[in-house]
Design a protein around this ligand. Sequence first.
Ligand code: TRP
Ligand code: ZN
Length: 890
Amino acid sequence: MKTEHAPSIQRADYQPLAWKVETVDLHFRLEPESTVVTNRMLCVRNREAEAGPIRLWGEDLERLSLTVDGQAPQAVREQGALLEIEADGERVVVEVQTRINPKANTTLSGLYLSNGGFFTQCEAEGFRRITCFPDRPDVMARFTVTLEADRKTCPVLLSNGNLVEQGELPGGRHYAKWEDPFPKPSYLFALVAADLVAYERTVETMSGREVLLQVWVEAGNLDRVEHAMDSLVHSMRWDEETFGLELDLDRFMIVAVADFNMGAMENKGLNIFNTKFILAKPDTATDVDYENVESVVAHEYFHNWTGNRVTCRDWFQLTLKEGLTVFRDQQFSADMLARAAGAEGAASACAVKRIDDVRVLRAAQFPEDAGPMAHPIRPDSYQEINNFYTATVYEKGAEVIRMLHTLLGPEGFRNGMDLYFSYFDGQAVTCDDFVEVMSEANNGFDLDQFMHWYSQAGTPRVKASGQWNAADGSYTLTLAQSTPATPGEHAKLPLVIPVAAGLIGPDGRDCPLQLEGESQPGPTTRVLKLTEASQSFRFVGLTAEPVPSLLRGFSAPVILELDEDDARLAFRMAHDADPCNRWDAAQRYAERVALAMAADPSAGVPAAFLDAFRALLGNAALDPAFRAQALALPGEAYLLERMKPADPLALRAALVRLMRTLGTSLAAEWLSTCEAMQVPGPYRYHPGDAGRRALANLALRYLAAAGNAEGLALAQRRFEGATNMTERFGALAALVQSTHPAREAVLAAFHARYRDDALVLDKWFALQAGAWRWDAAAAPTLARVKALMADAAFSLSNPNKVYALLGTYFRANPGEFHAADGSGHVFWADQVIALNAKNPQVAARMARALENWRHFVPALQASIRSQLERVLASPDLSPDVAEVVGKALD
Ligand code: TRP
Ligand code: ZN
């Protein structure tokens, strides 16, 4: 096992393998505790590499036999997971037989059991836990897979590609043989052998081919798969229409599994999903769940081209597929929302989606980029690749693709994508390949400086200042960029930053923009290209001093620093024509008020802020979904990073006061809003309805926080009378986040109704773990979390349960987790150590909850440091946890 001193793997060390694999024939004799895997590989010498041995990796395998062309190999070297075999000639057949124990595999990487069925997860390096193989993404082989299992417990046998043969075997066993026509890297291999049923649909692709779509679930869940299937069909259509990309298989399968480390996995033709991102029906899934199902189904489907047909040369290039695919799923979701909203609502619907994405980026990626794990979207080194499936690689990576899209325009971007597939289909490539092809497809558009986005970590700051010249009606905007140092990276170069800008006149309307030297004014939003450390842009032809609105649509993943007084923020809250910036103005104002209240416990909520808030709330012309976004306070994790030094307890106290004041001062408005936002008729997943429900639920939250009797009664009525999960859970959350005496009773009623529903119970766990203390005399949340760990439905072996209970407490409840007595930190270390022994990937995710501890007030640092040290010193630490905790202590 690696330790924190383990040598890290360097991007610069990439070397092609001396031998690749052309075809691989796998045979699985599936037994829960003793599965035998026979693997026949046709290995071929790689002409692009220097001579060397055949290199295979294997981990946690019992090797039963190994032959080369049917003979014992001449020479074999083994070091750790690496197996080197000397071979002569150009083509040899290597056959390896291994035995594995799926039942004992609690890591959920490789082959494992879930509820009696067999499932695999191979990305990034799980295939080597199944058999010995050159387990790297630059080895693309054609797979043939035969599965043999007990017919009764595993009636369904699936793998990638096409089913070519199946039949009975003696002893109640049966088999199925699958062939995948497309060469693929081993991380895209999958098998499923379980007792499942399929929901099916046949559709025609753009070229007129009939394809069979299947969503496989446990029989009891068949009533919750229609939305996932609809999402798949919509994704297929969208990729055809937007990028001309068609499904390349005759059959496309999705399988849902309850034990899964992440969201889902894009295995070729056989996507495997966490049940959380497949199963949805009105009684058990919220609007947000519906939205998530749609976007994760799309994400995995889109990987078929961006990831599978063109894959990554090495894991440092992960953002090549992830950043691009997140960008694609974001665009898809925005288009779907816009379509459903109709012509008048489309722009707002898109903006609300964009705001959601920005919220995620700020809450998860900005803190990552400011801490010990900061890395460029294409990292230069890692100790454990599983730790690099990060918000930076995914979300910031998507922002980088979005900037390319902005700079090249939709057509230029599409041309680049077309050229990308025409050059690289069937290959394993790099981020440089991608950016080069984008340039080539756009008349050699210069993207050299743009590449710094791939090599520099840290969130850039853009400082903006404006100079109004009344004499000549000009406004000079100066933008200066800088990126703070990150671990191991001190000097930062200027980046290419597209800054979408508008100027708002005193009447609240956007001014047509005319840059110095232009003969006439252009549109009201223009993208300024900031490439120098500092640059000025002079706008002319103005009649009065404008208010700048910068970074519209969040045009770059940066922190905009702009001196704006309260009045200006309120003005932009009321008038900014760009919904993202209007939302952002509200967030900035709320942040300012919250941090001032945290710094001074006697500070109140300024009347002007309440007025600005009230005006937004009462503006019925604004989309309810937008209002719900603008009136929700900035996330606590984001605020903590903005607070210097971070003091979670003071912040929590301030947020409690702020929410109560907003609830009390605007009580009448919240009550009437809740009334006005009633959605008639049966539930349907529709962005218009979802926006109304979101605003109503937000209203209940403020009313409940304020202890408003009418609001609490309303929440109770809505809880009891709800016809869908969004309303039921919204009302429950409001009641739990209050001092209402019925808190426990409604929690119990909810539990009784859903006691057998694992996904709904996850919500029930998370709600309690995330609860604030509205009553100073109440017991700390930690006591409840500990009690819930003993609940029969909780299990440390199920990632969804761990994320719901522990993840929510560690990551979404800083005001409780960082209790001054350090009890939360001790509990954290206990759980990380316990999880480390079961599932290192999940343990490492939990371990990351304390990485930004150096930003905290000194009083908390000592307690956190000692627990980090305790974890680091604990025996048998996985490389996953060792890397996270080691870097936190460096
Ligand atoms: N590639 C997957 C996606 O982005 C995510 C993934 C990577 C994953 N590693 C994993 C999922 C391990 C589960 C377990 O969609
Ligand atoms: Zn992905």
